[in-house]
Design a protein around this ligand. Structure first.
Ligand SMILES: C[S@@+](CC[C@H](N)C(=O)[O-])C[C@H]1O[C@@H](n2cnc3c(N)ncnc32)[C@H](O)[C@@H]1O
Length: 272
């Protein structure tokens, strides 16, 4: 199957690939420190994209086996190159649509999903499909963002308007850029047991130059800037206002600026 094109609000171009890698590199400890899979476990990574999380997952759990899939052939090819460059031998990559339940029931010991549900019109259906592919006693780990948690100094109504433009575009495409706050009910309603969700806040000020560059600039502001053409085409705000919003976001990455964003990480089990 080819790329789903506009269905994915951030697109599949090269700059987006770099952005996903910057994001993953910057957030490794915050998002991955408590995810380790045991020897021999078979893990489905659903929606692996260009492999930004795959390398961390497979490096942190070298004795587990990963089957990482994405609906985009091009992303799978990029992920395959990254995994090979990292010298990892415990990852297999395949093109697959998770909604089509491409593997038999109870195939996997664990499922890992990161930044995928926010793009789906039917996240509940995806979770139910993933649950059926998990064995009894298996676990799911889901990580999602929530753009509604964004706060910064200096504050700017214009910057919030630019962020809201992305939230609106994603909603029009069937997704939900504020899905993080819904992880708990989504996992419970899909029938997972022992559901736990923890907020993971990224706090950035200029005493943390890695995060200023890797998160505020190269991840978040780049993501908002990436929807400029679409936001203007949709008439959500004027070019002047959008560009001012981006400048105001950039200002939060300069001296005395502060930027905060919260991710949500949820886990659940399939009752045995
Ligand atoms: C924002 S990217 C996240 C990629 C990766 N998990 C990461 O954290 O960098 C979302 C990915 O989900 C994939 N995706 C969307 N719908 C899918 C589906 N039904 N089955 C498999 N992958 C899907 C997209 O192709 C895209 O690569």
């Amino acid at each position: 199957m080819g790329d789903p094109g506009r269905a994915y609000v951030h697109g599949y171009h090269e700059r987006e690939e770099e952005r996903l890698l910057d994001q993953a590199g910057t957030l490794v400890d915050l998002l991955h420190h408590d995810t380790r899979y045991p020897e021999g476990a078979l893990v489905l990574e659903a929606g692996c994209g260009v492999g930004a999380q795959t390398v961390t997952l497979a490096t942190n759990s070298p004795r587990a086996r990963f089957l990482s899939v994405d609906i985009s052939e091009a992303s799978v090819a990029a992920a395959r190159r990254r995994v090979a460059d990292a010298g990892l031998v415990n990852v297999e990559l395949r093109q697959a649509d998770i909604l089509a339940e491409p593997f038999p029931a109870a195939t996997f010991d664990h499922v890992f999903v990161c930044f995928v549900l926010e793009h789906l019109a039917e996240p509940a259906r995806a979770l139910e499909a993933l649950k059926r592919m998990l064995r009894p006693g298996g676990t799911i780990t889901v990580i999602e963002g929530d753009h509604g948690t964004t706060t910064f100094h200096p504050d700017s109504a214009t910057a919030h308007e630019a962020i809201d433009a992305l939230v609106t575009l994603q909603a029009r495409g069937g997704g939900d850029a504020t899905i993080g706050r819904r992880l708990y009910p989504l996992l419970v309603d899909a029938g997972f047991a022992a559901v736990r969700v923890s907020p993971r806040m990224v706090y950035v000020d200029d005493s943390r130059p890695d995060l200023v560059q890797g998160f505020t600039r190269a991840t978040f502001t780049a993501m908002i800037a990436g929807v400029r053409d679409e936001a203007l085409e949709a008439g959500l705000l004027s070019a002047e206002r959008f560009d001012q919003g981006i400048r105001d976001l950039e200002r939060t990455a300069e001296g005395g600026g502060v930027f905060c964003y919260t991710f949500f990480k949820g886990t659940g089990e399939v009752a045995s």
